[in-house]
Design a protein around this ligand. Structure first.
Ligand code: PLP
Length: 414
């Protein structure tokens, strides 16, 4: 076969590592063209929640595709988009829903809404506060509010300056809260953006609900908008439907994507308070929210999201999650005893650990060796540097999960 012209994301083609060809998937299993059965232990990059090709979501996509495939959403509307917005509002208690099509764009929208809020009030603010080690996407704005590193060094001069609040490591939470309080007072920031409870791409770093609640309280006390990026943590990953629930936090802006459609098709939503919507509400066209993408609220994607919500309502998803949380805890307890494994940690359905002793960092040579190790065992596990994590679809079979845990233990000897 001739070499594929596909340029893959986060792939160094010069290393010529094998790129498996997947032909179909069901539940937590991927089937490859060469007949392998691969366990998807990372939910195909954190998107698949109820399992691949969930029949109800597949049916909703097929039905909507035959009815209304796409529609301009500026000045026009459709039933799946309207109904989904109503259901999200009921679920989240934020009254306005703005659609886009990826986690990165949902973050761009939240940042623009925050800046628009301040501009339209006649008190322009542009400073954004972020949490150390955070990740919010790969567009220029989303990269700007994320950690700097090898991922974005080439673009660094284009990234805007932000205020970085130290990560609330266990035992050092007060330093985070103090730094946030100081920054809110001294820098008149427009907004603070956080990944609630788990910083995903930054290394599956976890912190407690009490800290999240306190960070939200500090922002509210200083009138700084609080943006919760639940793109990864949403839709059950942390054990509850949304991570903010565990802290009793209602943000000013909330970003959703990944599991919004059960992981079947791209869609994102940014939810906003009445105050932020009202700051853009006027007879003056210059104050409208200037953002759109061609596929805003694509009806097929909205129908998939409605089916996802129906699955949450009508299937025993909470029970599946509870069972997964328990199995992950048992697996993690065994992994914690393995020499060479450090920092075992869990938040809901996600477990993570670090392989100690190796060169840390995303480019450590352990990364490719781990990738090859898991690939040879027909497991889709994709470590972040020397951090391995398991974030499977909620339907993963107990024996498949046990195989993943066993491989994680075995990899400590690499
Ligand atoms: C994945 C992710 C994003 C970016 O989402 P894309 O759909 O890949 O653009 C943003 N924020 C968080 C917390 C994420 O995990």
């Amino acid at each position: 076969m001739t070499r594929s012209p596909v340029w893959h994301p986060f792939t160094q083609h010069g290393l010529e590592e094998p790129i498996p060809l997947v032909t179909r998937a069901e539940g937590a299993i991927l089937h490859t063209a060469d007949g392998r059965r691969v366990v998807d232990a990372i939910s195909s990059w954190w998107v698949t929640t109820h399992g691949h090709c969930h029949p109800r979501i597949v049916a909703a996509i097929a039905e909507q595709a035959g009815k209304l495939d796409q529609l301009i959403f500026a000045g026009w509307t459709h039933e799946p988009g309207d109904r989904l917005a109503r259901e999200l509002v009921d679920l989240l208690g934020l009254p306005y829903v703005f659609y886009s099509d990826s986690g990165s764009t949902s973050v761009e929208v939240a940042l623009k809404m925050a800046l628009g809020f301040w501009a339209n009030r006649g008190e322009p603010r542009h400073r954004i506060l972020v949490l150390e080690h955070s990740y919010h996407g790969d567009t220029i704005g989303a990269m700007s509010v994320g950690a700097r590193g090898v991922f974005n060094r080439a673009y660094a001069p284009l990234l805007f300056d932000v205020g970085t609040i130290p990560f609330p490591a266990a035992g050092a939470e007060q330093a985070t809260l103090d730094a946030l309080e100081r920054a809110c007072r001294a820098e008149a920031p427009a907004a603070f953006i956080v990944e609630p409870l788990v910083l995903g791409a930054g290394g599956m770093l976890m912190y407690g609900a009490a800290t999240l609640a306190e960070m939200r309280r500090i922002c509210a006390a200083h009138g700084v908008l609080f943006i919760a990026d639940e793109v990864m943590t949403g839709w059950g990953r942390t054990g509850t439907l949304f991570a903010c629930e565990q802290a009793g936090v209602r943000p000013d802006l909330m970003c959703l994507s990944k599991g919004l459609t059960g992981g079947a098709i791209p869609l994102a939503a940014t939810l906003a308070t009445r105050e932020i919507f009202d700051a853009h509400l006027s007879q003056d066209r210059a104050r409208m929210f200037y953002h759109s993408s061609s596929y805003t609220a694509n009806p097929i994607a909205c129908a998939a999201a409605l089916a996802n919500l129906a699955v949450w309502r009508e299937e025993p998803v909470a029970e599946r999650i509870a069972a997964l949380v328990e199995r992950q805890a048992e697996g993690l307890a065994r992994l914690a005893a393995v020499p060479g494994i450090a920092q075992p940690r869990q938040c809901g359905t996600i477990i993570a650990l670090d392989y100690a002793g190796s060169g840390a960092g995303y480019l450590s040579d352990l990364g490719p060796r781990l990738l090859a190790f898991f690939r040879e065992r027909d497991l889709l596990v994709r470590p972040l540097g020397n951090t391995a994590y398991v974030m499977p679809p909620y339907c993963i079979a107990a024996e498949d999960l046990a195989r993943v845990h066993a491989a994680l233990a075995e990899a400590a000897a690499l």
